[in-house]
Design a protein around this ligand. Sequence first.
Ligand code: PEP
Ligand code: MN
Length: 262
Amino acid sequence: MEDLQSILLPGIDSKRPIIIAGPCSAETEEQVMTTAKSLAERGIKIFRAGIWKPRTKPGGFEGIGVEGLAWLKHVKEETGMYTATEVATERHVFEALKHGIDILWIGARTTANPFAVQEIANALKGVDIPVLIKNPVNPDLELWIGAVERIYNAGLHRLAVIHRGFSSYDKQLYRNMPQWHIPIELRRRLPNLPIFCDPSHIGGKRELVAPLSQQAMDLGFDGLIVESHCDPDCAWSDKNQQVTPDALDYILNMLVIRETTQ
Ligand code: PEP
Ligand code: MN
């Protein structure tokens, strides 16, 4: 844990949990700035927003695209927060780097595709930027570790993984089944890799963000990536699982952080 600060980002408090928060998608400049300022006022240091959105079916909002990268730059200038976004193609990588994004993440649908991960890895050769790798949509630990290896082998060593649950045909309590034994086994295999939990995509409902975050803390996870929107009910994607910055602040303050043996 002592190494976390240097592994990920200099200047970020390495105290558990590291928090990344922000909307599922960047929608408008106003929505991005309002959400970011509110989160920054509540002590959040890393802002997330999806610019390119992989949607299950066509016809939904597929992300604002390059235009939104300028808004994230504005967030950085106005609030001092680090910015993070998802990349799924070589072009996404080039555009994100060109616009000064600080952290990249690879989404669950992309991690499931070795060609796509390799394309991202090739585009990142020689670049020193933290990359967070979400688990694949299917519960395949080897595919997840394989994606980490592809990025690592391209020379990127500031890596972390994100547990966002696994899809299943039968949706019950969770949108994506947590199957905690899988990230726990990943941590046993790769003990130096920081591990985040994404309670928003596991739960799919805002009332599950708090209990899932607590569970992740009890299991010794290093950080949380949480979807937060200034007006969740009007969000253009994932509206049921987003929480206001105020609600997020409350959830984080209620977390009990116990010492773990990790
Ligand atoms: C997201 O973080 O908004 C996202 C699309 O997540 P996932 O890749 O976990 O579905
Ligand atoms: Mn989302």
